[in-house]
Design a protein around this ligand. Structure first.
Ligand SMILES: [Mn+2]
Length: 341
């Protein structure tokens, strides 16, 4: 287990104390990762700024969160990034994810719940890796239309945003080739500590991997048959079966139905409703164990009209708000009094 530097521990304690003194329940650290090389469509690198543009920080502060925006990471261009086998742009993806891992680790050491705004879903490699460096016992809730668990050798497209989980799972370690700029990555999650929600477009090789490793999945069929409330109960029963673990929520906007989140690279019909999507965040929030969140694959350039881009970004904001205490019944300050005439 990595030892937390005593200065980091002190800083984290101070952040928490400050939040408590101001009656702020949540302290949120935001990292933007404007990166698109894990997939072929231009525009997803604008995700962090369109999500901020939809009022993310102001709305979080409006619900009494203490927010620190760490800004956007700056990724260098990588030249001669030819494919490794069929895997595309491995050097750029490996390098960017190292930066994301370092940034997430810093945000966690500063005492915040980390919100990583993508960018494409390849960035979950760095986000989960950096989170696990501080919280090695973490569990992962992966909300997505896709399983993103192809290995470089099973991937039908060679796009790394369809592969991030494969690099992180201990049980798949011996199936992963050594790729340029990927040598820093160590598996940090066990198959039993992962839950998928929202699946509806899974490759045969991925389906084999999910079944072979016994990973808990709630496809859209289970969401339909159980209802989202029982899906979330069973999700938490599964990840908390032995001890209460910090949760890494990796939320791909394409988990939601394309009618709600049209501005994304690989939309699949038949997704989560707005209410189901929000319920996931509300439920995980009230566990008190949400420790890091990814919001990825918002691509404003793929919107047919400006309203589609705005709708997708505002839904993304609502997901984050749900993670930090927004409840639909409404809320009020503890010291509120009705004014008297
Ligand atoms: Mn995904």
């Amino acid at each position: 287990m990595m030892k937390m530097h005593s200065r980091d521990a002190a800083r984290a304690a101070l952040t928490l104390l400050r939040a408590l003194l101001r009656r702020q329940l949540h302290s949120v650290g935001i990292v933007g990762a404007p990166f698109s090389r894990g997939q072929p469509r231009d525009g997803v690198q604008r995700g962090p700024d369109v999500i901020r543009g939809a009022g993310l920080v102001r709305k979080l502060e409006g619900q009494d969160c203490m927010v620190k925006d760490y800004g956007n990471l700056i990724f260098e261009e990588v030249s001669n990034d030819h494919p490794f086998g069929t895997t595309k742009q491995p050097r750029a993806v490996g390098l960017a994810n190292k930066q994301v891992a370092d940034a997430v680790q810093r945000v966690k050491n500063d005492g915040y719940t980390c919100v990583m705004l993508g960018g494409d879903h390849s960035l979950a490699i760095g986000s989960i890796h950096g989170h696990a460096a501080c919280r090695p016992e973490l569990s992962v809730v992966w909300v997505d239309a896709h399983a993103d668990i192809n290995t470089p050798l099973t991937s039908p497209t060679g796009n790394i945003h369809g592969q991030p989980m494969s690099y992180l799972i201990h049980e798949l370690h011996n199936k992963i080739p050594v790729m340029p700029n990927f040598s820093w990555i160590q598996p940090c999650v066990t198959a039993k500590d992962i839950v998928y929600i929202g699946l509806r477009d899974v490759d045969p090789e991925e389906h084999y991997i999910l079944k072979h490793l016994g990973i808990k999945t709630f496809s859209m069929t289970e969401v339909d048959s159980l209802g989202i409330a029982r899906v979330m109960e069973q999700t938490c029963d599964h990840i908390f079966s032995k001890i209460k673990k910090p949760i890494h929520l990796s939320y791909d906007i394409d988990a939601l139905d394309p009618s709600l989140a049209p501005a994304t690279g690989t939309p699949v019909i038949g997704g989560l409703t707005y209410r189901e999507g929000i319920y996931i965040t509300e439920y995980l929030c009230q566990t008190g164990l949400l420790s890091a969140i990814d919001i990825v694959e918002v691509n404003p350039k793929l919107a047919k009209r400006e309203e589609e881009a705005q709708l997708t970004a505002s839904v993304a904001v609502d997901l984050v708000l749900g993670c930090f205490g927004r409840v639909r019944e409404g809320s009020h300050r503890a010291d509120y009094k009705i004014p008297e005439p």
